[in-house]
Design a binder for this molecule. Sequence first.
Ligand code: PLP
Length: 407
Amino acid sequence: MQSQNAPITRELFDQVMVPTYNPLAVIPVRAEGSRVWDQQGREYIDFAGGIAVTCLGHGHPRLLAALQRQAAKIWHLSNVMTNEPALSLARRLCELTFAERVFFANSGAEANEAALKLARKHASVRFGAQKYEIVAFEQAFHGRTLFTVSVGGQPKYTQGFEPLPAGIHHVPYNDLAAAEAVISERTCAVIVEPVLGEAGIVPADPAFIGGLRKLCDRYSAALIFDEVQTGVGRTGELYAYMGLGVTPDILTTAKALGGGFPIGGMLTNAALAASFSVGSHGSTYGGNPLACAVANEVLAIVSEPQVLAGVRERHRRLTDALRALASRYEVFDEIRGRGLLVGCALSERWRGRARELLHMGLEEGVMVLVAGPNTLRLAPSLVIPQADLDEGLHRVERLLARAVNTL
Ligand SMILES: *Cc1c(COP(=O)(O)O)cnc(C)c1O
């Protein structure tokens, strides 16, 4: 083992960390807005946003001020007492959305865990123990707890963790008939992402989402929208459901909610919330004052109409440019997504090579993401300056030119 003052390098990761990740070679040390610098002082344009998290870029002065203000007052209390930032954030979420009640957690997985537990509890309290089935979608991603990987539709995330929670059906996304075939009086919840995120940025058909709403009403099942990735302005609406014209019974939010400070939330109506009682569920850090103070400021900024309009404007600029690059280099055969959650589907020749392109992007000074092996995913800051957007696109073009010449 190295001494405490030996340099921190990528190699150290393999010596001291549980190998659940294979991080890239560069270690970023500083960031401002949509630019990031690594240990060697190399600069990158950030089109990754920490996986759709840093929705206002890095070091936003208002978020920094909110964090510092709260840090100087009180950091933590536990839920034995409540606190001002948590109540203020819950009130704001209720004002801005369909929600009448809010539960705070620390991550997307925990928000979904709370949502699924609430749906089961509600069904058992109101309808009896036989109503516990959950309908979910193939390729969906809902987090990494045992319940959320089981509900998620990617078998690679459950292998070796059996036995899994029972009563979960998976059907193909955007296939209403398949959902209708498995939903029944025994169903307590249907959980769906408004844009299938990890599996390639596939937006839901409005008719599919509308049909799920009707099925849930017919069978008294809770419709859960996992908006962990699509929420907080990402799609150009504050929450994606607002653009779909369908209101869920439960909505989960995390990622961008804290702009980089860990927080998750489960939003629901008063009737469902009443099925949880004191002690039904909880979290030591959930509703932490620092997290809630930052999230309050994030929501105040993102809910401004000009910020949301700016997302739609940047969507046009970004996707127009990507479509032009797609026809020039033929690496992408489709550009899809909503707002600033954009997927570039790789053409036949490039299938399976998203990660190679991501590596090459770093060498060209642009941080991008993958969504499965066949899609590059971009999730830049919602307020990325035009100059940074253009410079990032310029670097994406260099990446494509180099890929076409060398790979
Ligand atoms: C990222 C993500 C999650 C999991 O969030 P964590 O904060 O990593 O637990 C759940 N659902 C969706 C749709 C996500 O994109």
